[in-house]
Design a protein around this ligand. Structure first.
Ligand SMILES: *[C@@H]1O[C@H](CO)[C@@H](O)[C@H](O)[C@H]1NC(C)=O
Ligand SMILES: *[C@@H]1O[C@H](CO)[C@@H](O)[C@H](O)[C@H]1NC(C)=O
Ligand SMILES: *[C@@H]1O[C@H](CO)[C@@H](O)[C@H](O)[C@H]1NC(C)=O
Ligand SMILES: *[C@@H]1O[C@H](CO)[C@@H](O)[C@H](O)[C@H]1NC(C)=O
Length: 313
């Protein structure tokens, strides 16, 4: 059922954007080709991946991002950070909460070539298509800041309308943390023998299976079982930072396409060089979902469609 539904949605989506000069998929492909020609793209290298846990299903990719890519994410986000929110259990609306004390910002899809290339790399690793992902969220944890253990799947109905449950999360570490800031899975089962004797871990991290943040590493874990039920072992949190600071970037991936849904993007920019041309051809009105997004948020051509004052307010 789910597969049928997503196919239908995808073909509708492709039909809608087919009248644009370039398909958005091609944007990713052309970025990849250009990168490949220049030889600068990090190739997907499965030998760098290890399985950390069976319950939840969790994997670590050493050196998923280069140092420059990590710094690039941080540079894009500095000065745009806002207090992080949580989704309310019942209504699904964003609200502040003391269980989550970091600050963060959402980037735009394919905001630039580097972001687009990393989004494509995530799709290659997870076998999950780019359009099932939310746009990347960059998070900053200062001294003492944390995210108490929580699930990435939703309990409310509202958030599941957009692409269904979150099936997987890719958590990229953008900085080293001197002490603390581990990702902890309090309900994980299985082998944590390699963690024994690791006195470097914070007390919080010892309360479960934990992953120490190293700049460039990426953690992939699944919030759903293969039979599509929610995995209670996927409970996870970010331990308080004890020394230093922590930067991370998250890609949440849904079971279906998230692409035409409203996005929490607070950047006002064109995501495609062709935006000015498309806008002059009337695409802002003809293809509003793609160009300006649903309810004028999260479109690909906000600047050319003249919505910058709306987006930045
Ligand atoms: C990030 O910003 C700093 C300070 O502006 C600059 O020196 C550095 O080159 C930038 N790094 C990247 C990867 O953009
Ligand atoms: C959501 O509800 C669950 C129980 O249903 C509770 O354990 C959890 O703390 C709640 N989360 C928030 C952020 O209120
Ligand atoms: C789904 O899979 C999980 C993990 O294998 C299992 O524990 C659970 O009982 C299954 N649920 C159903 C409804 O089959
Ligand atoms: C768009 O805005 C209208 C009016 O505020 C609201 O009823 C509708 O649910 C919104 N649509 C989406 C997809 O957010």
């Amino acid at each position: 059922m789910v597969t049928m539904h997503s196919r239908t949605r995808l073909s509708v989506f492709l039909f809608i954007v087919a009248s644009l000069p370039i398909l958005s998929h091609c944007r990713y492909e052309s970025v990849l080709k250009r990168k490949a020609n220049r030889g600068s793209a990090r190739r997907f290298d499965p030998t760098r991946v290890t399985q950390l846990s069976r319950s939840p299903r969790a994997f670590l990719y050493k050196g998923f991002l280069s140092d420059e890519e990590c710094d690039h994410f941080i540079n894009l986000s500095k000065g745009r950070l806002e207090k992080s929110m949580v989704a309310d259990n019942k209504s699904g609306k964003s609200r502040e909460s003391n269980v989550r004390t970091s600050s963060g910002t959402f980037l735009a899809y394919a905001q630039d070539e580097i972001v687009a290339e990393i989004e494509a790399r995530i799709a290659t690793w997870t076998f999950l298509p780019v359009e099932n992902g939310e746009s990347i969220q960059v998070l900053h944890y200062e001294l003492g800041q944390k995210y108490e253990p929580h699930y990435d799947f939703f309990r409310d109905e509202y958030n599941q309308k957009f692409g269904g449950h979150r099936v997987a999360t890719v958590l990229m570490y953008l900085s080293n943390v001197k002490k603390g800031g581990e990702t902890v899975f309090p309900k994980a089962e299985g082998d944590s023998s390699h963690q024994e004797g690791d006195d470097d871990r914070s007390e919080c991290a010892k309360r479960g299976y934990s992953v120490k943040p190293y700049k460039g590493d990426a953690l992939l874990f699944f919030s759903l079982h293969p039979n599509a039920t929610t995995d209670q072992a996927s409970l996870h949190g970010s331990c308080p930072v004890i020394e230093g600071e922590k930067w991370s970037a998250t890609k949440w991936i849904h079971v279906r396409s998230f692409f035409t849904q409203p996005l929490k993007i607070d950047v006002c920019a064109d995501a495609n060089d062709n935006c000015p041309v498309w806008a002059r051809q009337g695409e802002c009105d003809k293809n509003p979902n793609y160009m300006v997004g649903v309810n004028k948020t999260g479109g690909h051509c906000m600047k050319s469609c003249g919505l910058c004052s709306v987006a930045s307010s």
